[in-house]
Ligand binder design. Structure first.
Ligand SMILES: [Zn+2]
Length: 196
């Protein structure tokens, strides 16, 4: 009996012995939006890598990943400058590639992780593709059509709605954009001819 009592007390001893570890874990849990899994975090980190690579190519840094049951169907980044296509947002490019990988346009069981809140065009495309979950990073005060300006992904008047988890790594995703636009402003100022 004494043996079992000792065994039962092991977890509590371990937790008391690791207060810093417990504190870090608690902070990590609190910083995560409700409903976001470790897999979602991994996918958003990949979307951030894609966004960074797009920024390095001179595109506005937005990245998107579409996945199902832990498997990536497609990944894409904003390519409007390279393609000259006004619909070349990361989400639309990712949806097109995912539909090819899926063998059809219905992406019912799929989630998308995208670094920026989708615009009206992309939110509409997500509804049309029947995506089941959307996770986004930073809010977009000028074009956000999921929480900020509109709520297209959960509008009961439309024929499809999806689960939305916003704010996953919001600060890091937002920094990608602010750093990009800051560098672009500095470059423009530096290259401006001196007219004085
Ligand atoms: Zn868009």
């Amino acid at each position: 009996m004494k043996h079992f009592d000792e065994l039962r007390s092991i977890p509590s001893i371990a937790l008391r012995a690791l207060p810093a570890w417990r504190h870090r874990l608690r902070r990590r849990i609190l910083m995560l939006p409700r409903g976001a899994s470790l897999e979602d975090q991994r996918m958003m980190k990949r979307a951030m890598e894609l966004a960074q690579a797009a920024g390095d190519r001179g595109e506005v840094p937005v990245g998107a990943v579409i996945y199902r049951a832990g498997v990536i169907l497609s990944e894409a980044s904003n390519d409007r400058e390279a393609s000259g296509d006004p619909t070349g947002h990361a989400e639309v490019v990712a949806l097109r590639l995912a539909a090819i990988a899926n063998g059809g346009w219905r992406l019912n069981e799929c989630s998308m992780a995208v670094t920026l809140e989708p615009c009206p065009m992309c939110a509409g495309a997500l509804v049309n593709a029947r995506i089941s979950r959307l996770l986004y990073g930073a809010r977009d005060p000028k074009a956000g059509a999921v929480d900020t300006l509109y709520d297209l992904c959960r509008d009961p008047r439309l024929n499809h709605r999806m689960e939305v988890i916003g704010g996953l790594f919001a600060a890091q995703c937002g920094s990608l954009l602010t750093n990009f636009f800051r560098a672009r402003r500095i470059a423009k100022r530096t290259n401006r001819p001196n007219v004085a």
